[in-house]
Structure formats: C-alpha cells, structure tokens
Design a protein around this ligand. Structure first.
Ligand SMILES: Cc1ncc(COP(=O)(O)O)c(C=O)c1O
Length: 395
C-alpha cells in the first residue's frame, strides 16, 4: 500500500507564493468563541458581520418551491428573472433605469470581486483601497497578482478617501483602479452623494476603474445613501444579498457591469464556475417582495436600537473614541485607553468578560492594534448584555 502520510520534506511540493495571504483574525476569534461555548461558557458574539435573523419568509417559500422542480446549471451571469428583479430594484431605490443585461449574479459580493478584478486589471496593476478597510480586498488583490496601494484615512476626512488623496497616490505611482465601500466596514462611514460623485468623477477623469462596494446599502442610519452608478456608467457596482437581506449562507450577490466588461465577465464566469447555484437564485428573486421588505425593515429597526444603545453606553464605560456609524452594523472603537494591543485585549475580553469582538489589525495593519470592532447585527438583548459584561470587566 503506498503511504499517504510519508515525509514530503525533500519533494518539490509547496504552496504557491500567491496563496500566502493573511489569515482573517475575525475567523480565529470566531473559532475561539465556538470553543468557549462548547466548553459550557456563555459568549456574546459580536465578532462576525452576520445578521442574527434568517432570510425573509418569501425567500424561504421560494426556496422550498424551487426544490420541488429540477435544479441545474443556469446561465453564467444568472437566471433572467433575478437579473430583471435586480435591475428593477435600481429603478425603485435609486431612480436609475438599468438593463438586466448589465447585471451579473455572483456568489456573494465576494464572487463579484474576483470577477471584477480579473476583468478590469492586468497582473501587476495597482489598485487603491482605504485603510481601515475590509481585509479580503487586499488579500484577494494580492492573490491575483495585483498591487495594493493602501491609503490611510483619518478623522480629518471622516475616514473617507478624497479626490486629492486619489490624485496624490496616482501621481506617486500610477493606479489602475480605486475600491471604496460606502457604508464601510469597519468604520461605518458613508460618503455623501456629493463626495461619492467627486470621487467617481475624479477616477473617470484619471482613467481609473472605480469599484463601489455597496453591500451595506439598505442599512443606513444617518445621511443619504447613493450609488456610484448615478455618477458614471463606467463604475463597477458590487452588492449582495448577505447583509440587508439576511442571506449570508445563501452565497448570492450581484454586480452592475459597465458595458465593456459584460462579455469578459460572462466568459470568466463560464470558465471559473459555470453558474451560480440555482436554488439561491430562485429564492433571491423573492427578497424584493413587499412582504420581505416588511420583515427586513423590522430587522433593521432592531439594529438601529442596538446602534443607539452602543453609541450611548460605550463612551460611559470608557471607550472614548468611536468612529461614525452612518451605516452597516459595526462600531469601530479605540481601545488605547485600556491597551496598545487590541489582539490581546480581544482575547482577554473573550476569556474574562465572555464577549467576542474583532481586533483592528484585520482592518488596518499599521494602526489597528489601537482599535476593536463590535458587530451589532445580533439581538437587542445580546447587545445590552455585552455592554454590561464589558463594563463590569473594565471596572
Ligand atoms: C465590506 C464588505 N464587502 C464584502 C463582504 C463579503 O460579503 P458576501 O461575500 O457575503 O457578499 C463583506 C462581508 O463581511 C464586507 O464587509
């Protein structure tokens, strides 16, 4: 019998350099939280950005109905009824008329990022992302052989990129694109329609692709959300059913493609994964039903209560710097008053206070050790309990 576990030390098998991406610390905190729970400890879970609620009833009903039929491959860019429903959503929500031909249905927004990066950029191209920011952007760009230009944001610009920052980065070393989320993870910051317009127009003028991550649209608590699509037909707009629609596990999202990228993205999708799974596509059509909206707006109201509670209570227990929480469901808070090492702070908070949260280095390798991210997508009772636990622990 050939051995499957013999020494491989001298053999030329090793993982590619491109796969040497950073781990996602949030997932490591999640593993520790699950371990604590399995050992019988109570843990309030605020580490992952995942809605506590399940998908709305019409989505579940549509999934049941889909199961009674035949499920197969679909068109690589998605089933027509879903592409039409998404296009209609742009009409209703933003007053933008959009051809369903410009919609690609993807495996969450994550699936859209790999397609967009491959379609828009050649290997070695430089793409700007703000920090703090969502870690998978830089890790995926790196794995695909693209260069990442991290641009630090600060309170001076409400943690957003400005046209001047883009121009300066492009002058230092030419960029090929800029990727921005609004509302953003972990900062919660949202660009005003005017500031988003200025950014998109600057990219258009400089000939840079603008990729707009709009995954937290629908979860806006202060200010007015706007889509980059309103400001340029060349913007690549990415969205998902994961957050507002409470469908993380269904792995379904979408992208609005500029005309010139429709065929390239279709070809890439055909070759990368043939098609998205049909059951999620059939179910997602029902996410736009009026009955779904009623349920989802109730979930959003509970996030609003959680947000208000955290914004009032976290400063009272000693968190003296909180970033804006215009939208999404995160509070990014400074821990510098308590520690210069947020990884250690988060570890102790989990073990001693029974609250799991994600330390900042996931989002900002240079400054993240001074910050921690709390997700408030859980229940109102959990959020109240978490603050009491942390407050008691910090006393
Ligand atoms: C800013 C941002 N973009 C994209 C994603 C990926 O989400 P999904 O692939 O579930 O659509 C996340 C997940 O947390 C996120 O926070």
């Amino acid at each position: 019998m050939p051995s499957t576990s013999g020494p491989t030390r001298d053999l030329p098998f090793s993982a590619s350099g491109r796969s040497a991406v950073e781990p996602f610390i949030a997932m490591e905190v999640l593993a520790s939280a699950v371990e604590r729970e399995a050992a019988g400890h109570r843990v309030v879970r605020m580490e992952v950005g995942q809605p506590g609620a399940s998908a709305p009833t019409p989505v579940l009903e549509a999934a049941h109905a889909a199961l009674r039929g035949k499920l197969g491959y679909t068109e690589a860019l998605g089933i027509r009824p879903l592409r039409e429903a998404i296009a209609a959503h742009y009409g209703r929500t933003y007053g933008i008329e959009l051809s369903p031909d410009r919609i690609a249905v993807t495996a969450g927004s994550s699936g859209a990022f790999s397609l967009a990066f491959l379609a828009a950029f050649d290997a070695g191209a430089r793409v700007a992302v703000p920090t703090p920011g969502y870690p998978a952007y830089r890790n995926l760009l790196g794995a695909l052989g693209l260069q990442v230009a991290e641009i630090e944001t600060t309170a001076a610009t409400r943690w957003t990129l400005t046209p001047d920052m883009i121009r300066a980065a492009h002058a230092r070393e030419p960029l090929a694109g800029v990727l921005v989320a609004s509302p953003a993870n972990p900062t919660g910051t949202m660009y005003s329609p005017e500031s988003l317009k200025a950014l998109v127009e600057t990219c258009d003028e400089l000939g840079l692709w603008f990729i707009s991550d709009e995954i937290y649209h629908g979860l806006v608590f202060s200010g007015q959300q706007s889509t980059a699509l309103a400001f340029s037909p060349r913007a690549i707009v990415i969205n998902s059913f994961s957050k507002y629609y409470c469908m993380t596990g269904w792995r379904i999202g979408w992208m609005v493609m500029p005309e010139v990228l429709v065929k390239p993205i279709d070809r890439l999708a055909q070759n990368l994964y043939l098609s998205n799974n049909e059951i999620s596509q059939r179910a997602a059509v029902a996410a736009f039903d009026q009955r779904s909206t009623v349920e989802l707006d109730a979930v959003k109201a509970s996030y609003a209560a959680n947000r208000a509670h955290l914004l009032a209570r976290l400063p009272e227990i000693g968190f003296d710097e909180l970033l804006p929480v215009d939208g999404a469901f995160y509070v990014y808070a400074s821990v510098r008053r308590f520690s210069n090492d947020s990884v250690e702070f988060a570890r102790r908070m989990l073990m001693e206070a029974g609250v799991a949260a994600t330390p900042g280095p996931d989002f900002d390798s240079a400054r993240g050790s001074g910050y921690i991210r709390f997700s408030f997508a859980g229940s109102e009772a959990d959020i109240v309990e978490a603050v009491e636990r942390i407050g008691g622990w910090l006393k």
